[in-house]
Design a protein around this ligand. Structure first.
Ligand code: UDX
Length: 491
């Protein structure tokens, strides 16, 4: 029976699991979910063992559920079975190993095996998954529209295999209306489709999954929404049950709001430079206002990564399709694009003393290339975008990033010598050697404690452009370096 769940907020504490129509749950030592001897465990299939799928699979297993992860990439599945992960995510490798050895998590190549036989080594010969999570890539397609081909292919492959009553969960960030489209493609009235967006940051995905600010579950059928919410009941997070379109929009709304906050801060930093104010003081001051908050207020070279750029463009498409001119969002994106050029202008000014000075054959050292610290992810990295502009301007680029150091012992890392025209070295001192300026592009904490006097000693010109306001200006000064930050008074 269908019932609307629009706007209902339930499950504010773990005890609230009872409000979801499932037994109140509490953690057990074994990781199962128990209440008065009652064990509540779901058989879960996760399709796609990338960053979201693997985190989802391992974390759901750690909550006591029986999970099989499927991935089309045979070699990746092989590596996962051997306990080798392709991604750098604190705590994830340990969690995967723990759950595999507890026989709550396994990996398969064939998606059919994941949805029809969970767990694969079940003594009953395997049973169908009750909940199937789709954690598939939704890259930016033509004109910023999310490309849903991977999702569609898996639906086509599994539609005949799902047991009646299965709940299919879209965890990937998908355009508004995808749950409805998925249900149409499935054409299985006995299977429900739920939107359950993830809010995982790279570098803290496990922590974010197990300590979420909120769980969002969207479906037009209350029973299916509550079944998915109950998977997380043990986490005790505020859970928003809503319709599918609102849940889908919520993910975009969150990421676009974060992007807007950062574009605002970057614009404010520029204004600070023009009026002689300090962005650090300004953001600290406004951050004490609880309506604003201290988080996500650091100026930088622009926001990047696999989510914010893709999601801002996708929401713009959603708005366009709905005949809504979302000027604020467009300005958020434009401000970010402009930020990259602004950094190049700053470097030009720092090196040549003129905004229009030439960077031809100027050797620059780049510190950090990943889109943020704590990850080895280069997707849509602002550092690489800025490097491309510097290269176009004629500069010769040498880079160091702690996550991209060549490692002869690791076959995947043995030959990391060039990334997008930047020559990579494995020692920050080599980056400084003969450089006319160093440009800090990623906020790796280790850069703070580099041997700055020695770095200064090997540079051609003692200049550091710090696009993350990461380094202590006094430390640089003592080392004989001119530090140029963003929106800082001394700049
Ligand atoms: C983001 C969202 O935060 C997460 O909720 C969503 O599920 C996936 O997308 P992530 O892509 O891991 O997570 O990166 P995030 O930590 O949000 O940073 C995005 C970009 O903003 C990075 O380039 C980062 O360096 C930049 N940033 C972040 C700043 O420039 N200043 C800040 O204060 C914070």
């Amino acid at each position: 029976m269908k019932s609307s769940v629009r706007g209902r907020v339930v499950c504010r504490t773990w005890v609230g699991g009872a409000a979801l129509g499932v037994p109140a749950v509490a953690p057990s030592a074994a990781g199962a979910v128990e209440s008065g001897g009652h064990v509540f465990v779901r058989r879960v299939a996760v399709v796609g063992a990338g960053y979201v799928g693997l985190t989802t699979g391992a974390c759901l297993a750690s909550l006591g559920h029986q999970v099989v992860c499927a991935d089309i990439d045979v070699e990746k599945v092989d590596r996962l079975r051997r306990g080798t992960l392709d991604i750098l995510e604190p705590g994830l490798a340990e969690l995967v190993a723990e759950q595999v050895s507890a026989a709550r998590l396994s990996f398969v190549v064939d998606v059919a095996d994941a949805v029809t036989a969970v767990p694969a080594d079940d003594p009953d010969g395997g049973r169908h998954a009750e909940v199937v999570f789709l954690c598939l890539p939704t890259p930016m397609g033509v004109g910023g529209v999310a490309d849903l081909r991977a999702v569609e292919a898996v639906i086509e492959e599994t539609r005949e295999l799902l047991a009646p009553g299965t709940v299919v969960v879209n965890k990937s960030t998908v355009p508004v209306g995808t749950a409805g489209r998925t249900a149409e493609l499935l054409d299985r009235p006995d299977v429900s489709v739920v939107s359950n967006p993830e809010f995982l940051r790279e570098g803290s995905a496990v922590q974010d999954f197990l300590h979420p600010d909120r769980i969002v579950v969207g479906c037009d059928t209350a029973e299916a929404a509550e079944r998915v919410a109950a998977l997380y009941a043990r986490l005790g997070a505020p859970t928003v049950l809503t319709d599918a379109a609102s849940a889908e929009l919520m993910k975009y709304a969150a990421n676009c709001f974060l992007a807007m906050k950062l574009s605002y801060v970057n614009a404010m930093a520029e204004l600070c430079e023009r009026v002689g104010a300090d962005i650090g003081d300004v953001t600290e001051g406004i951050g004490y206002d609880r309506r604003i908050g201290q988080a996500f207020l650091s100026p930088g070279p622009g926001w990047g990564g696999s989510c914010l750029p893709k999601d801002t463009h996708a929401l713009l498409q959603v708005a366009d399709a709905a005949d809504f001119e979302f000027r604020l969002l467009r300005a958020t994106i434009d401000t970010n694009t402009r930020q990259r050029q602004r950094i190049v202008d700053k470097v030009r000014q720092a090196v040549t003393g003129r905004r229009t000075g030439s960077l031809t054959r100027v050797r620059l050292g780049l510190l950090g290339l990943t889109f943020k610290a704590g990850t080895d992810d280069l997707r849509d990295s602002p550092a690489l975008a800025i490097a491309a502009l510097l290269r176009q301007a004629g500069a010769e680029l040498v880079g160091y990033d702690p996550a991209l150091v060549a490692d002869p012992a690791d076959p995947d890392r043995a030959a990391v010598h060039q990334v997008d025209g930047v020559t990579l070295v494995s020692d920050p001192l080599e980056v400084a050697q003969g450089a006319e300026a160093l440009v800090v592009l990623t906020e790796w904490p280790v850069f703070r404690t580099l041997d700055w006097p020695t770095m200064a000693g090997v540079m051609k010109q003692p200049v550091v452009v710090d696009t993350r306001n990461l380094l202590d200006p006094a430390t640089l000064r003592r080392a004989g370096l001119t530090g140029i930050g963003l929106g800082r008074r001394e700049a």
